[in-house]
Design a protein around this ligand. Structure first.
Ligand code: DHB
Length: 315
């Protein structure tokens, strides 16, 4: 039994897609819904449709890391909330459908949240506090005062829909503690925290061209893939230890195999998202990863995720 519960909704498997690659259209989302993904999560939306940063804006470094600075290309929040999109994406799958938002400012985020709250067929919303790629907008969740202000305003909306927050990676004890303190302050409004977004502002250098590998922001972009898995595991473990037990932790970062997913679950993840590998392999990655996790659990004698979740043994 690989099922789990997120935002009060049952997911048939604890593996689903991250917001990001292959999540911008109903065509792409329908492929996720048809796979063994336990849920479907749409691309981070802005109030209006936008095309994003100049190309080239993504790069697959060496199978170990990928770099992106897409700048939030998306069809605008109304698209992701339309009944046509939801129907085309989800079909008869019966799976939970989640949207993600990454507004240009607090007013945009509040306006989108109000819209989302009344839409049938949306199981929850992931508020992105961690996008590194919008020029002139530093990562919200690295500024704990701003993070507090955003969550204070959001909590005052008294939303009906469950809310998740997408976090950037943290690297130092006091930063983990400060972030968890803010989230715990608003625990009655937060259903889950997803760790991690990309490791922001990495640089890949093209030796032949003697240039950065991508064009926007002088070549600086978010690093993802296996290169960030250990940072992601640390963030999941730390957040699980520090957050109130009512806030689920969703693990994301460099997951390529069922074994990777198992490690995130051991560290306390309620569910595991897949971003970069979904981009590289397509939606069939969910069938493969779920199958591998099933096989590993069987080998270890586990019948359900609850038997080992959060049970990383101490030395
Ligand atoms: C983009 C990248 C992110 O890491 C994110 O959280 C949101 C948007 C992007 O470049 O499109």
């Amino acid at each position: 039994d690989l099922s789990t519960t997120i935002c009060g909704k049952k997911l048939s498997t604890c593996i689903y897609n991250a917001s990001g690659p292959r999540t911008g259209s109903s065509d792409a989302l329908s492929k996720v819904a048809s796979s063994r993904s336990g849920a479907v999560l749409a691309k981070s939306a802005t109030v209006n449709e936008q095309t994003g940063n100049p190309l080239p804006r993504t790069f697959q470094a060496d199978g170990k890391g990928s770099l992106n600075s897409e700048g939030l290309p998306n069809k605008g929040i109304d698209y992701y909330l339309s009944q046509d999109t939801i129907e085309e994406s989800m079909g008869e799958s019966g799976k939970p459908y989640f949207v993600s938002i990454s507004g240009h400012n607090l007013a945009d985020n509040l306006a989108m949240l109000k819209k989302i709250d009344s839409v049938d067929g949306v199981s929850g919303v992931e508020l992105n506090l961690a996008c590194p790629n919008v020029i002139g907008h530093p990562i919200i969740a690295y500024d704990f005062d701003q993070m507090d202000a955003v969550l204070s305003a959001v909590s005052k909306l008294k939303l009906q829909k469950p809310l998740g927050v997408k976090l950037p990676p943290y690297f130092d004890g006091p930063h983990f503690a400060a972030a968890a303190k803010v989230l715990n302050k608003y625990k009655s409004s937060i259903s889950y925290a997803a760790s991690i977004n990309t490791v922001g502002n990495a640089l890949v250098v093209d030796t032949v061209a003697e240039m950065p590998a991508i064009s926007p922001k002088g070549g600086f972009g978010g690093l993802s893939g296996p290169a960030v898995k250990y940072t992601a595991l640390a963030n999941v473990k730390k957040m699980r230890d520090l957050l109130d037990e009512t806030i689920d932790v969703v693990g994301v970062g460099g997951v390529e195999t069922g074994e990777d997913a198992f490690q995130f679950l051991l560290c306390g993840a309620a569910a595991v998202q897949v971003g970069t590998k979904h981009w590289i392999e397509g939606a069939k990655c969910f069938d493969r990863i779920v199958g591998e996790l099933e096989e590993l659990m069987e080998k270890k004698g586990y019948k359900s995720v609850g038997e080992f979740r959060g049970k990383l043994k101490p030395w």
